[in-house]
Design a protein around this ligand. Structure first.
Ligand SMILES: C[S@@+](CC[C@H](N)C(=O)[O-])C[C@H]1O[C@@H](n2cnc3c(N)ncnc32)[C@H](O)[C@@H]1O
Length: 321
């Protein structure tokens, strides 16, 4: 059957183009993309369930979240039935993620009682009830942490990286770790390694040593569970491309938004606590102090973000993920 290239409403052609795009993204890196002239950012104060409901199917390239686990760390960290609550946003996340996209969920293994949740609960739900595939578990190892007397002092947290298909975008080159001069010489003599790849640096592996933010850290904006920029940066660079859309529906201080502005990604953030806006304003002033770009277009609602037209085409069909 011939497919006529008459209009963007031709669904057969649209899905063919989408398939080609997904397949081709698999082999691309950030150097194949131009930095967008303008970065869009929406920061909504709302419940994640209400926010997610409004997002079009497959409209997001990367979801990067650090959810609450019922540990009663703050007022927002208390739920009656943890996994019943979490299952709702996990299912919605699957729906809004593009077929070549990725989802990162931070967490730890910390079950205390029937009420508290942890990453194990989330993995178990995902494994039994969704089609997500687990690519990596990343161990975030930090040397600075709390002391302990009745157990071994904790020095790691985890993050899981999930995908919907094997066509996921992954730009390893953008996050390689440079060799020291001496190690590079040794590596270049190793016949098993490709010298061209070796010169680009090492694979950072799935154990990342990055310091935790201390109380007096310059990066701190006041959020009790703020993540270091360096961790978020590695995920955003490796799992999304310039101009892609990144979503964090437990935004907290907005570390994900901060990195998106710096790295040229569009960003959707949501948090139920309106203090999130003040924390984010602090991130922006810290960026200014560092001489980083803080220019972005502030978008007020999801329709404007995806620039729906009157026919109701979704962002995905218009190729803006
Ligand atoms: C662990 S913190 C995220 C911290 C963030 N990664 C950062 O670097 O600042 C989790 C956040 O989820 C928010 N939250 C809790 N329940 C929520 C819900 N139902 N909808 C949206 N946000 C929620 C909390 O207000 C809190 O800021």
């Amino acid at each position: 059957m011939a497919i006529h290239n008459k209009s963007h409403n031709n669904h057969a052609l649209m899905s063919l183009n989408k398939m080609r795009k997904e397949e081709s993204l698999k082999n691309k890196t950030s150097s194949d993309f131009e930095m967008p002239a303008e970065i869009k950012l929406l920061h909504s104060i709302s419940d994640c369930g209400d926010f997610l409901k409004q997002l079009p199917d497959k409209s997001i390239q990367l979801i990067c979240i650090d959810p609450p686990y019922n540990l009663e760390l703050a007022g927002w960290d208390i739920y009656e039935n943890y996994i019943e609550w979490a299952s709702k946003w996990i299912d919605e996340a699957y729906r809004v993620l593009s077929d070549n996209g990725s989802m990162v969920i931070f967490g730890g293994i910390q079950f205390r009682d029937a009420k508290s949740g942890d990453l194990l609960d989330i993995i178990q739900y995902i494994r039994k009830n969704t089609k997500f595939k687990l690519v990596n578990t990343i161990i975030w190892h930090y040397k600075n942490g709390m002391s302990a007397h009745r157990f071994f002092a904790n020095r790691h947290e985890e993050a899981i990286w999930l995908v919907k298909s094997n066509n996921y975008y992954f730009d390893l080159d953008s996050v390689r770790v440079p060799y020291s001069e001496e190690d590079l010489k040794v590596a270049l003599r190793d016949k098993r390694l490709n010298p061209e790849t070796t010169r680009k640096g090492k694979n950072p592996t799935n154990v990342w040593e990055i310091g935790r933010l201390n109380g007096n850290s310059k990066e701190r904006v006041g959020h009790p569970t703020q993540k270091p920029v360096a961790i978020i940066e590695r995920f955003i660079k490796a799992l999304s491309y310039p101009g892609a859309t990144v979503l964090d529906f437990f935004a907290g201080s907005g570390t994900v938004g901060r990195v998106c502005i710096n790295e040229g990604r569009n960003c959707l953030m949501c948090d139920s606590d309106n203090k999130s806006l003040d924390y984010f304003a602090k991130h922006l002033s810290l960026m200014e102090e560092l001489g980083q770009n803080t220019q972005y277009r502030k978008v007020e609602n999801i329709q404007d973000f995806f620039e729906y037209n009157t026919k109701g085409d979704t962002a995905n069909e218009k190729g803006t993920i």
